[in-house]
Design a protein around this ligand. Structure first.
Ligand SMILES: Cc1cc2nc3c(=O)[nH]c(=O)nc-3n(C[C@H](O)[C@H](O)[C@H](O)COP(=O)(O)OP(=O)(O)OC[C@H]3O[C@@H](n4cnc5c(N)ncnc54)[C@H](O)[C@@H]3O)c2cc1C
Length: 386
C-alpha cells in the first residue's frame, strides 16, 4: 500500500523538526517526518554543545543567528509552552595574536552593520575580571556578546516537533529512507523500510548523512562528516557561575559551564572525515593539555568519563549551510551542511526551507547558501568557525 504526504522530511533532528514546525505554522500540515532511529535526536542534535551566537563574520550567518536568537528568546510563546532553555551567558572570544585581534575588529564591524549592536571589544584586564582563572600573559584582547549563550538542543527539537504534531504533522520512527523516485525531473515517491510514500515535495534534513540522500537522485551534496568530541568534568566550583563560552583563538579550545561541571571542546586538526562516533579516550589528554595552558586551575578538575562523547559535524566546503532547491530535481529542498551551527541556526533554516517548499518569498536572501555556489565558485568566507 502506498501512503501519501504533501511533504516528506527526511531526518527528525532539530533541523527537520524546525522545518516541520514552520511548514505547519504556515498552514501546510500534511507533512511526514521520516526518521530511521527509534527516537528523534540520536544524530548530531543529541551530541551538540548547544552554543548559540551572533558573533559570525558573514552577513548570512549573522542574519540567520539574529532571527534564531529571537525565536529562542520567545520559544515558549511561539510553541505553546515548550522551553528552549536559552541562557544568555555570552560568548567571549580571546585573541593572542595581532591577526586574531584584527579579525575580531573586522567581525565587529560587520556584526554592527548587520544589526548586532552589543558586541564589545574588551581588554585583557576586563577579560581577567570576567574570568580571573585564565592565564592572561599572552592575551591581547577579545570580543564579548552578552546575548550569545546556550540552549538545550533536545528541548528545542522536541518543542518544534511537539508543536508540529499538535498541528497535524506525522512522524515515522524506525524508518529508513532507502530511495527516491523522480519522474520527468520531478519527485514522485519516497521509498522507505516501511513502504512507499507518494509525494511531490521532499526536504533533505538528514544532517551528516545528507550526501547519501542526494545520491538517491543523482545529486552531489558536498557534506562530509567530521567527528567532534566533548569532555565534561565532575562538579568544579573554582570557575565562575555563570560562565560565558570562552574561546581561545590560539588553538580553538573552548569551554563553558554545564551544570556544576565544565564542558570542554577542541577541534582536533588531525581528525579526518569519518562517520565514527566512537569517543577516543586519548582525546582527554589532548584536550587537557590545551585546557590547563589557558585555565591552569583545571589541572584540579576531574574528568567525568560518563559525560564524554563524540558526534558528527556536517561540514560543507565553505562551512556554511546549503539551503534551497536543486536545479533539475523539482520538489527537492536541501537544508544541510551546517558545519557545527545547526542547532543555533535551526529556527532560521527551518523557516527558509519551509518557504522554499511553499514557493514563498524568503524572509532573508538565502541565495548565498544555494547548492550551485560550489560549481559557480561563489564560496563564502567565515573566519569565526569553531
Ligand atoms: C560535539 C558537537 C558539538 C556541537 N556543538 C554545537 C553548538 O554548540 N552549536 C550548534 O549550533 N551546533 C553544534 N553542533 C552541530 C549540531 O549538532 C548540528 O549542526 C545539528 O544537530 C544538525 O541538526 P540536523 O537535524 O541537521 O542533524 P541530525 O540531528 O543529525 O539529524 C539528522 C537525522 O537524519 C536521520 N537520517 C539520516 N539518514 C536517514 C535516512 N536515510 N532515513 C531516515 N532518517 C535518516 C538521522 O538518523 C538523524 O536523526 C555540534 C555538533 C557536535 C557533534
Amino acid at each position: 500500500m502506498t501512503d501519501t504526504a504533501e511533504v516528506v522530511i527526511i531526518g527528525g533532528g532539530i533541523v527537520g523538526s524546525s522545518v516541520a514546525y514552520h511548514l505547519a505554522e504556515a498552514g501546510c500540515t500534511d507533512v511526514l517526518i521520516v526518521e530511521r532511529e527509534e527516537q528523534q535526536g540520536m544524530g548530531s542534535t543529541g551530541k551538540s554543545a548547544g552554543g548559540v551566537r551572533a558573533q559570525f563574520a558573514t552577513p548570512i550567518n549573522i542574519q540567520m543567528s539574529l532571527y534564531s536568537l529571537k525565536v529562542f528568546a520567545q520559544f515558549a510563546e511561539l510553541t505553546g509552552g515548550h522551553t528552549a532553555d536559552y541562557r544568555a551567558h555570552g560568548y567571549l572570544f580571546i585573541a593572542t595574536t595581532p591577526r586574531h585581534l584584527d579579525s575580531l575588529r573586522a567581525n565587529r564591524r560587520i556584526q554592527n552593520q548587520y544589526g548586532v549592536n552589543n558586541v564589545e571589544a574588551i581588554s585583557r584586564e576586563t577579560i581577567l575580571e570576567m574570568v580571573p582563572q585564565l592565564y592572561g600573559e599572552d592575551i591581547l584582547g577579545g570580543n564579548f556578546c552578552p546575548t550569545d549563550g546556550f540552549v538545550d538542543p533536545n528541548s528545542v527539537m522536541s518543542g518544534f516537533a511537539a508543536r508540529a504534531r499538535e498541528l497535524g504533522v506525522k512522524t515515522w520512527l524506525n524508518t529508513q529512507v532507502t530511495g527516491i523516485e523522480v519522474e520527468s525531473g520531478r519527485i514522485k515517491t519516497v521509498q522507505t523500510s516501511r513502504g512507499t510514500i507518494a509525494t511531490r515535495q521532499v526536504v533533505n534534513a538528514a544532517g551528516a548523512w545528507a550526501q547519501a540522500i542526494g545520491r538517491m537522485v543523482g545529486v552531489e551534496i558536498p557534506v562530509t562528516p567530521w567527528r567532534r568530541q566533548i569532555v565534561n568534568t565532575q562538579p568544579f566550583d573554582v570557575l565562575p557561575n555563570p560562565l560565558p563560552m570562552v574561546i581561545d583563538m590560539s588553538n580553538g579550545f573552548h569551554f563553558r559551564r554545564d551544570g556544576s561541571g565544565i564542558l570542554m571542546a577542541w577541534p582536533d586538526p588531525d581528525d579526518q572525515p569519518q562517520f565514527t562516533t566512537r569517543f577516543d579516550p586519548d582525546f582527554i589528554e589532548e584536550i587537557l593539555i590545551r585546557a590547563v595552558k589557558r585555565v591552569p586551575c583545571l589541572v584540579d578538575a576531574e574528568v567525568n568519563p560518563r559525560r564524554c562523547w563524540a558526534g558528527l559535524y556536517e561540514v560543507s566546503p565553505d562551512h556554511h549551510a546549503i539551503i534551497g532547491v536543486v536545479p533539475g530535481v523539482e520538489g527537492l529542498v536541501l537544508v544541510n551542511g551546517f558545519s557545527g551551527h545547526g542547532v543555533m541556526h535551526s529556527p532560521a533554516a527551518g523557516r527558509l526551507a519551509a518557504e522554499f517548499v511553499l514557493g514563498k518569498e524568503r524572509f532573508l536572501d538565502a541565495s548565498p547558501l544555494s547548492l550551485t555556489r560550489f560549481a559557480e565558485g561563489k564560496l563564502l568566507q567565515e573566519t569565526a568557525v569553531l
